[in-house]
Design a protein around this ligand. Structure first.
Ligand code: GTP
Ligand code: MG
Length: 370
């Protein structure tokens, strides 16, 4: 498949090839107007020109970056931060989230059953915050594909009685590698054997120095059980988010990331998504990886049905033809035909790639035998 050339990309975003070349040149990248753009170059350009870029195949953008949509964000507005909670098994990630949500859950309980969407939104002093929970035992690649694409800030949860453990270190390494800001929540401070200073010292050893020790990371001692420190944690999140000036354009068509997905009796394929940009409406035709469909229902984390959702909102969506993979990107298409055709093209590409992989593998197997 052909990728996108400099002048084609410029056309899509309403700029001249010269504008595009200038931006890359300033960063030491020499291209001419007929050159194909790499994934990195496209990302830089999207950032520079404030456009949302959608590629033909988000399943494997590395070797296939044909851009089919690149449109400027014309009505940027502040959006809520998306927070992913990570940490070692049993350090209290889910409990912390439950405690954070408790006020809201109690408020809405009369309205209906709480839905499991893997992501939740709360409100603190009129500001919304979206949270994504991750299981401590899961393989990291999996975890990353769930949350990372939508994550603005990571909360590393460390139990004050247990201290830094292997998965704490792993979560920190991945967060740092992804360049995502990190806040440390020292949990379980209600326990008699809690030792927050020990956690601080252990983290200092791996270059995560607490701000009150002269480092760059905010540490917040909390207890999911007593509720102590939860307000401070939320305030720290909002402060960090403010610095980041997170924005999205709610007036454009939606782009979302799948956090979880499943096949539900009576609903069919259900995808739990977080909106990255734009607004998603019931009735929208969408493509997600190699599947597509028309949005039939949008369910919020409190179980209520809504007609539309904007940036950073987590929700379960119904109407896809198949269950999409976690980490895949949902994009709104012009109409059903367009969505189906592109989904089929992608599926075909995936099959071809799998086939070439297995051919290669069998050749390697063969040479290993010789
Ligand atoms: P995984 O999802 O399996 O990785 O675990 P998790 O990090 O979500 O931990 P979870 O919230 O399930 O809590 C594990 C255990 O720690 C439970 O028994 C909780 O009741 C307990 N726990 C969590 N937070 C606190 C706390 O602040 N204080 C005390 N004393 N116990 C806590
Ligand atoms: Mg958990």
């Amino acid at each position: 498949p052909e990728n996108v050339r400099v002048y084609e990309f410029a056309e899509k975003i309403g700029k001249t090839a010269g504008d595009v070349i200038k931006v890359l040149f300033a960063l030491g990248m020499m291209v001419t107007k007929n050159d194909f753009l790499s994934k990195d170059e496209i990302e830089i350009l999207a950032e520079e020109f404030g456009v949302e870029v959608t590629t033909m195949n988000p399943l494997d953008e590395l070797d296939y970056v044909q851009v089919y949509d690149a449109k400027p964000n014309e009505n940027l507005e502040e959006r809520p931060p998306v927070i992913t909670i990570m940490g070692h098994v049993d350090h209290g990630k889910t409990s912390l989230l439950d405690r954070i949500r408790s006020a809201k859950v109690a408020d809405k309980e009369a309205g209906g059953i709480t839905q499991h969407v893997g992501a939740y939104q709360i409100e603190k002093e009129g500001k919304k915050i979206t949270f994504v929970d991750t299981p401590g035992h899961e393989a990291f690649t999996e975890m990353r594909s769930r949350g990372a694409q939508a994550t603005d800030i990571v909360i590393i949860v460390v139990a004050a009685d247990d201290g830094v453990m292997p998965q704490t270190k792993e979560a920190i390494a991945h967060t740092k590698a992804a360049g995502v800001p990190m806040i440390v929540a020292i949990n379980k401070i209600d326990k008699p054997n809690a030792n927050p200073d020990n956690v601080k010292a252990q983290l200092a050893e791996i270059d995560v120095m607490a701000a009150d020790w002269g480092g760059e990371y905010e540490f917040v001692p909390v207890s999911a059980h007593s509720g102590e420190g939860i307000d401070e944690l939320l305030e720290t999140i909002l402060l960090q988010a403010e610095v980041m000036e997170l924005e999205a354009d709610p007036t454009r068509e939606a782009k979302a990331v799948v956090v979880e997905s499943s096949l539900e009796k009576g609903f069919g394929p259900v995808a739990n998504v977080i909106i990255k940009n734009g607004t998603l409406h019931v009735g929208d035709n969408v493509i997600v990886g190699t599947t597509y469909g028309r949005i039939r229902a949008i369910k919020l984390d409190d179980g209520s049905n809504v007609k539309e959702i904007g940036p950073s909102t987590p929700a379960a969506i119904v109407g896809l033809n198949e269950v999409p993979g976690a980490g895949e990107t949902l994009v709104v298409m012009e109409n059903e035909k367009e969505a189906r055709e592109l989904a089929e093209k992608r599926a075909e590409y995936e099959r071809a790639k799998q086939l070439s992989k297995s051919t290669k593998a069998s050749l390697e197997d063969l040479s290993a035998l010789i």
